[in-house]
Design a binder for this molecule. Structure first.
Ligand code: NAD
Length: 489
């Protein structure tokens, strides 16, 4: 950046022990909708992680001895403060990530607020177990205690939403944390740090260290005083984290990628199914782990579905994320855009048909966004199940549509990938939706809807989509250590 630019740049600092601390080196962060560098993010390493872990360790005795009610009140206060600044947070998330302002305003930030409120409430309602052995004169019960310093590592697609989904349960349970957001989307985490003191979060309870995965992330994963790591990101990174943490036998929660099928039977209500499946394919530029990317349509309705689906996808407007009429914003980075485009090229080379979007329709962008990382919602048909577009996570606005004949066949094909995160099933036949839902290898199955979540219930993936679950009870169990105590009377 030039002198004039660097003066205007937003410069983030690490948040350690309740104080903002500058770092000795920085990484550039881009505004995906313009391609300009607009922010500098600390390039933290071992030293910064060491300081943050120490602060978290020092804060643990006091924080863990507070009652759940005291912690609950602080979490609620933090939720109120974020909500009070909702618009500023939404603007920042949109600028930093490329997502539309509408999505940030209605999904990302409200959910971040809700994450704190939800765990502020749920922490008050857990009960532990108790059994009796009268013949032995014994009573057994379990007690749960916070584990210690939790390492939290989150991705760039839903920055504050996913980070708070970890911070909230971790601190509600009495742990202290060192969080490392994605180096590409660090701004809203930094903004949140400014509110912690006012909310009453004691210094050292929440520490945020910014930087890359290879440097800051690994230092956290390898730190001997961090007994648990909660990670959301790609399967490849999860493998690395598993290896690096193995010598310390750390407790891991891994929320990873997906290759999520939508199965559409010929008795589906297409007036509901089509707009929802367009949304499940392209919401947040297709950059949600739960997005649909393989659509199986029963042969009798295949051509009608395709026609209506493409028409609906074409209604989605791509452009400046701050325009409230825009549905598709910018992808996270130039490299990621290139990767997503390459999948479309590979599909074409294999003989698939691109029905709309990339390479088929013109992309008209406002003058200020010409250098942004934009791509139209793209629908591909006649793709083989073995194709990389049907097997690998693309994580962009690309979805494949294929035909199937029978229930048995579609279950096999839907399960024929390494992932198992989320699936949707569309049918008016109650028996069938239950049968299919039971047989799908998927941590979540939505029937006749998408992305309807009750945070009480387990969230997470099977196979290469992850290990462990998050939710009211699951996060409580992950972030606490259980002990069985026996008393003879
Ligand atoms: P990523 O794995 O590249 O990075 C995720 C985080 O891990 C970042 O903070 C990164 O800096 C850090 N990291 C990278 N290498 C590391 C290392 N060696 N040690 C420690 N930390 C390291 O993922 P991404 O590209 O940021 O996010 C996209 C991926 O996340 C997709 O695969 C998507 O499906 C997945 N995701 C999953 C869920 C879910 O809940 N299952 C939710 C959102 C995103």
């Amino acid at each position: 950046p030039t002198m004039a630019q660097s003066q205007a740049l937003l410069v983030l600092e690490n948040f350690i022990g309740g104080k903002f601390v500058p770092c000795s080196s920085y990484i550039d962060s881009y505004n995906p909708s313009t391609g300009d560098v607009y922010c500098r993010v600390p390039d933290s390493g071992k030293e910064e992680v060491e300081a943050a872990v120490k602060a978290a360790k020092d804060a643990f005795p006091i924080w863990s001895s507070k009652s759940p009610l005291e912690r609950s009140q602080i979490l609620n206060k933090l939720a109120d403060l974020i909500e009070h600044d909702l618009e500023a947070f939404a603007q920042a998330e949109s600028k930093d990530q490329g997502k539309t302002i509408t999505f940030a305003r209605t999904v990302d930030i409200p959910r971040a607020v809700h994450n704190f409120r939800f765990f502020a409430s749920s922490i008050l309602h857990h009960v532990t177990e108790c059994t009796e052995m009268p013949a032995m004169g014994c009573v057994h019960y379990t007690s749960r205690a916070p584990v210690g310093v939790a390492g939290l590592i989150s991705p760039w697609n839903l920055p504050l939403y996913l980070l708070t989904w970890k911070i909230a349960p971790a601190i509600a349970c009495g742990n202290t944390v060192v969080a490392k957001p994605s180096e590409m989307t660090s701004v809203t985490a930094w903004m949140m740090c400014k509110l912690l003191e006012k909310a009453g979060v004691p210094a050292g309870v929440v520490n945020v260290v910014f930087g890359t995965g290879g440097k800051a992330g690994e230092a956290l994963v390898c730190h001997p005083d961090v007994p648990l790591i909660s990670f959301t990101g790609s399967t490849l990174t999860a493998q690395r984290i598993t290896e690096r943490s193995a010598p310390h036998c750390k407790r891991l929660s891994l929320e990873l990628g997906g290759k999520n099928p939508a199965i559409i039977f010929d008795d589906a209500d297409l007036s509901q199914c089509i707009p929802t499946t367009v949304r499940s394919s392209f919401a947040n530029q297709g950059e949600i782990c739960l997005c649909t990317s393989r659509i199986f349509v029963q042969r009798g309705i295949y051509s009608e579905f395709l026609k209506r689906f493409v028409a609906e996808a074409k209604k989605w407007k791509t452009g400046n994320p701050s325009d409230p009429t825009v549905n598709v914003g910018a992808l996270i980075s130039k490299e990621h855009l290139e990767k997503v485009r390459n999948y479309v090229k590979k599909a074409q080379a294999e003989g698939a048909r691109v029905l709309c979007g990339e390479g088929v329709d013109p992309l008209a962008l406002p003058p200020g966004n010409q250098k942004g990382y934009f791509m139209l919602p793209t629908v591909i048909a006649e793709v083989k199940d073995e194709s990389c577009c049907m097997q690998e996570e693309i994580f962009g606005p690309v979805t494949c549509v294929v035909a199937f004949d029978t229930e048995e066949e579609v279950i096999q094909r839907a399960n024929g990938v390494k992932y198992g995160l989320a699936a949707t099933v569309w049918s008016g036949n109650v028996g069938r939706v239950h049968r299919v839902a039971h047989r799908l290898q998927s941590g979540l199955v939505w029937t006749n809807c998408w992305l309807v979540r009750d945070l009480n219930l387990p969230f997470g993936g099977m196979k290469a989509s992850g290990i462990g679950r998050e939710g009211a009870k699951d996060s409580y169990e992950f972030f606490t250590e259980v002990k069985t105590i026996t008393i003879k009377h």
